[in-house]
Design a protein around this ligand. Structure first.
Ligand code: AMP
Length: 190
């Protein structure tokens, strides 16, 4: 199986690229943000629990997020592999993911990270906010909080995967097509 963590700060283009890459490599795309938003829209218990965290730009607690991720993976038993988009976002999530895959005799092939400077990220998120309807895309304070969460809890995962020789950084500035082809060069070898 090809199990890839698509990594990068909010607004880096993970979702856009994952949708393009999942078809080419026949992988199941799991975006934890999308799963949360689906649950919020459908007013499930999970959605009610996650809503205030997401609206404020805070991370949803690990236990809830990890259980949800496992359920998503388990509901795709025939998958040839996964693109994890927006997960893991904390060290505890990364450790749980490794243990969970290990139980299935699987592992993460690589973390592929989209590297984009912060000023460009804010611009992209505010632009997306015009059409996404996402409260967390429309308010500069909430966007700043998401970066803060990323800096303090998520960015250390670069080191986590580097220590396993699984980190691949990609320049995330350019046209969608340019970035896809940079990603493909890495995906082909994972
Ligand atoms: P995203 O769509 O990836 O930008 O995620 C939107 C929001 O969903 C984040 O700001 C968090 O509130 C929540 N979220 C998504 N993935 C995770 C995760 N792995 N851990 C905790 N919270 C998450």
């Amino acid at each position: 199986m090809k199990n890839i963590v698509l990594f990068g700060p909010p607004g880096a283009g993970k979702g856009t690229q994952a949708v393009l890459l999942k078809d080419k490599y026949n992988l199941v795309h799991i975006s934890t943000g999308d799963v949360f938003r689906f649950n919020i829209k459908n007013e499930t218990e999970l959605g009610k629990l996650a809503k205030s965290y997401i609206d404020n730009g805070d991370l949803v607690p690990d236990e809830v997020t990890i259980d949800m991720l496992k359920a998503e993976v388990n509901s795709n038993p025939d998958a040839e592999g996964f693109i994890f988009d927006g997960f893991p976002r904390t060290e505890s999530q990364a450790i749980s993911l490794d243990a969970f895959l290990n139980e299935k005799n699987e592992s993460i092939n690589g973390m592929v990270a989209l590297e984009v400077p912060e000023d460009l990220l804010v611009e992209r998120i505010l632009n997306r906010g015009k059409t996404s309807g996402r409260a967390d895309d429309q308010d500069v304070e909430k966007i700043k909080n998401r970066f803060q969460e990323y800096e303090t809890k998520t960015s250390i995962l670069k080191e986590y995967y580097q220590n396993q020789n699984k980190y691949f950084g990609i320049d995330g500035v350019g046209s969608i097509e340019e970035i896809t082809s940079r990603l493909e060069k890495v995906f082909d070898n994972l």
